[in-house]
Design a protein around this ligand. Structure first.
Ligand SMILES: [Zn+2]
Length: 275
């Protein structure tokens, strides 16, 4: 699933290409991924100009003229593709945005179809679900704020980091990477994290995310940027997917366990099991 660095890479790529373009036609090939009727979708979006493209958590926010925003969540396998007009749409393409005076089109593709597109009024979109329910952005967070956020929180650290209402944007890859770097066992109870460890964890989260953005995301499965290019951060992972391989820090073998039906990768020596 694309996480914060992958979505940020897509947003940056698309922003350079699509802002200022006007949507003059929409082809809906599979409309179950919309959260409204086909007619409402097409009527709202037709003729609108793309004013800006941003990210919130794992959501792509496309601001349109007329006070509307298009929210896209890629979920497991969603992809946005910037494709030359002459090229036919591929299998699993569900929406094609045709742009005025532009030799390219924007395609929304999704093999497993868990992703969705949602239209909201821009002025109130942060006050209603799903954006309202998101926790803070990890890259904008300050240490005292994070220490406070962790105080009295219940649950295990790994599950908490995956909880989008706690912190927006982390998924399985970067939660494992951050815990490895902070040397915190994934099963540690959140309330047992000292302020010192909390600060270390925030530093680890921010460093991991920034490096992954720099590397344009991790293509461990089918993630690609808008031009179809793979990211490079899969070559820099230290814990995720490395079970049975030596820890880069201490040489012990990375282990994999399952927590709430999600796999967790950690070093049993660097990340000591709590109590
Ligand atoms: Zn280690």
């Amino acid at each position: 699933m694309p996480e914060l660095p992958e979505v940020e890479t897509i947003v940056r790529g698309l922003r350079r290409k699509a802002v200022g373009k006007r949507i003059n036609r929409v082809t809906l090939l599979m409309s179950q991924i919309l959260r409204c009727s086909d007619d409402d979708f097409v009527r709202t979006i037709l003729g609108k100009t793309i004013k800006g493209i941003d990210r919130r958590g794992k959501f792509i926010l496309i601001a349109l003229s007329g006070g509307w925003s298009l929210l896209i969540h890629l979920k497991m396998t969603g992809q946005l593709k910037w494709i030359p007009q002459a090229q036919n749409h591929q299998k699993h393409t569900h929406v094609v945005f045709h742009l005025a005076q532009c030799p390219f089109q924007l395609h929304y593709c999704d093999i497993r179809r868990f992703g969705y597109l949602l239209l909201l009024k821009t002025d109130c979109m942060h006050d209603v679900p799903p954006l309202r329910d998101l926790g803070p952005e990890p890259l904008e967070m300050k240490e005292p704020e994070f220490v406070e956020l962790l105080r009295n929180r219940k649950g295990r650290m790994k599950s908490l980091l995956l909880n989008q209402s706690f912190l927006a944007g982390l998924g399985n890859i970067y939660a494992d990477e951050s815990l490895w770097r902070a040397r915190i066992h994934p099963l540690t109870q959140a309330h047992r994290i000292s302020p010192r460890k909390a600060r270390r964890l925030l530093g680890a989260i921010q460093a991991v995310l920034e490096e992954a953005i720099e590397n344009k995301g991790s293509s461990v499965d089918d993630y690609r940027d808008v031009e179809g290019r793979k990211g490079k951060h899969q070559f820099c992972l230290r814990a995720y997917g490395r079970q049975g391989q030596a820890c880069y820090y201490c040489g012990a073998l990375i282990r994999r366990i399952v927590i709430n039906s999600r796999s967790s990768h950690f070093c049993p020596r660097c990340q000591r099991k709590p109590g």
